[in-house]
Design a protein around this ligand. Structure first.
Ligand SMILES: Cc1cc2nc3c(=O)[nH]c(=O)nc-3n(C[C@H](O)[C@H](O)[C@H](O)COP(=O)(O)OP(=O)(O)OC[C@H]3O[C@@H](n4cnc5c(N)ncnc54)[C@H](O)[C@@H]3O)c2cc1C
Ligand code: FES
Ligand code: FES
Length: 486
């Protein structure tokens, strides 16, 4: 179909001449005059551009999701329902949406730049049935950066509407928002965007357009468009290939589709792969997690990508797929250099498989950044050891991000631990080796000396934390400054 078609504020619209790399934000403001949605940063950091989109979750139920319009390319909303802040006030009765009412009543409204985005995050919260812990309120709001008037009134207002699920026109719209097909072959202004909806149609596209670039959530690739003004001539979205989104338990562990979005992966991992859930808790913000995928995170091969160290420590296997078939390699062999992976031409990352944690395992994950939420790691780590019946280390996988050109295991530190009793003295032996394993660089996030010390301290912290529980969870209480009422 060479036509973009989606439902915007309850009206279906069609476009045939808009460049496929036009962001939803630019489209709303420039083409539709919907200027309530603001541009603050154009890189997913401020939340001023938050809008809601109806998606079907992995449980099959439709839900409103808050997303950053500045990172969403227009073809990514093909067949979907989009709601912007302009549509919240009921045109028939003139009544404001409960999220707007609550924010005004709590005196939480701020400048005209930030408030619309905050309202849209609260809009999602209004229809969420799973806001059952204080920290989830903070998580819901952390993608909206500015709190000039103070966080408390905003949080109070969100607390009031969260999970209230009014039976209003948005609830009704959600019922109708069965996913329309995203399948697309769209071209405009010399650019082309494909959304195949199966592997076989993906291979067909790649046979004819081997030079096309893959895109999933776009939270990484879209920055090339918004910040570097790149105009990729051909993009192939993997979003509609259903097999890529499947997460399931296997005989000896779990398999996670590369297309799984992080908000769903977080829920899946909470019960099954705790270190991964722990890392995702502080990955970006809710708007980012609704778009960012596991595959996108690994395929950027960023040295500061947060998921790679956890997966390296858990002994993951990556599954790559092309028309020629499937190949599996240990994740250690996936990162071949700075921002380089083992993927061949016309090959996609299809899934990541993780073995079940044995009872003798201690495992955790850590992220150190300047700000707790919505920040890039200075150093991150996935740490894993197995102990034998005498509490001697029989296996160690210590993986770090932010310490080298790729996410990388600390081979010498691991070797120093294996065969040693699990003790503070053995940890010091391993910590001393980290200086040989890594020669980190200094940058604006931290000096080389700081990074080296943090890496050691994370190992020490891992020892202390796993004394209390072998696979530490994050505390379930709120992370904000306000006593929770939930
Ligand atoms: C505001 C903000 C906050 C962020 N916070 C964090 C954070 O806390 N921690 C962190 O680690 N990262 C963070 N990121 C980076 C980014 O969100 C992640 O890297 C994300 O997981 C990328 O996933 P995506 O689906 O959006 O990737 P895309 O942008 O769609 O793709 C990224 C790259 O991977 C390739 N690719 C994607 N999927 C596949 C596949 N299946 N097979 C082959 N190639 C593929 C694409 O061609 C592209 O080159 C943040 C980004 C933003 C904008
Ligand atoms: S404009 Fe700042 S998050 Fe989109
Ligand atoms: S800049 Fe808008 S409220 Fe702070």
């Amino acid at each position: 179909m060479n036509r973009l078609r989606f439902c915007l504020n309850d009206h279906w619209v069609e476009e045939t001449n808009v460049s496929p790399t036009t962001t939803l934000l630019r489209y709303l403001r420039d083409t539709r005059g919907l200027t309530g949605t603001k541009e603050g940063c154009a890189e997913g950091d401020c939340g001023a551009c938050t809008v809601a989109v109806a998606e079907r979750g992995d449980d099959g139920k439709p839900q409103w999701r808050a997303i950053n319009a500045c990172l969403v390319l227009l073809p990514m909303v093909q067949g979907k329902h989009v709601v912007t802040v302009e549509a919240l006030r009921d045109p028939a009765t003139g009544k404001y949406h409960p999220a707007q009412e609550a924010l005004a009543k709590a005196l939480g409204s701020q400048c005209g730049y930030c408030t619309p985005g905050i309202v849209m995050s609260m809009f999602e919260a209004t229809y969420r049935g799973d806001l059952d812990a204080g920290w989830k309120l903070d998580d819901q709001l952390c993608g909206n950066l500015c709190r000039c008037t103070g966080y408390r009134p905003i949080r109070d207002a969100t607390n009031e509407v969260a999970g209230s699920c009014p039976k209003d026109r948005f609830a009704a719209e959600l019922k109708e928002a069965a996913p329309q097909s995203m399948q697309l072959d769209y071209q405009a202004n010399g650019q082309r965007y494909f959304t195949p909806d199966s592997f076989s149609s993906l291979w067909d596209v790649l046979d004819v357009h081997p030079d096309a670039r893959f895109i999933q959530g776009g939270t990484d690739l879209s920055l090339e468009i918004t910040k570097k003004f790149a105009r990729p001539p051909k993009l192939v979205s993997l979003e509609a290939v259903a097999e890529l989104k499947v997460m399931h338990e296997t005989v000896d562990g779990v398999s996670i589709g590369a297309g799984a979005i992080l908000s769903e992966l977080e829920r899946f991992a909470e019960k099954r792969v705790i270190p991964l859930a722990r890392m995702i808790r502080y990955f970006g913000a809710r708007q980012i997690k609704h778009r960012a995928t596991l595959g996108g995170s690994l395929c950027t091969a960023s040295p500061i990508g947060d998921l790679a160290p956890v997966l390296l420590s858990l002994g993951a296997t990556v599954v790559m797929r092309s028309r020629a078939g499937e190949r599996r390699v240990p994740i250690d062999a996936f990162f071949t250099g700075y921002r380089k992976t083992a993927l061949g031409p016309k090959e996609v990352l299809a899934a990541v498989e993780l073995p079940r944690l044995p009872a003798s395992a201690l495992a955790s994950a850590y992220k150190v950044s300047k700000r707790r939420e919505l920040d890039i790691s200075t150093v991150s780590a996935g740490l894993y050891v197995e102990l034998d019946s005498h509490r001697v280390v029989s296996r160690a996988r210590l993986a770090y991000g932010g310490m080298a050109a790729t996410p990388k295991r600390a081979g010498l530190a691991e070797a120093a631990l294996v065969g040693q009793p699990w003790s503070a003295a053995s940890i010091e032996l391993a910590a001393a080796q980290l200086g040989q394993d890594f020669q980190p660089v200094s940058d604006h996030r931290g000096s080389a000396a700081y990074r080296a010390l943090v890496a050691q301290n994370l190992l020490r912290g891992f020892f202390e934390e796993t004394k209390l529980t072998p696979v530490p969870r994050l505390p379930e209480h709120h992370t904000g400054t306000v006593i929770t009422y939930l």
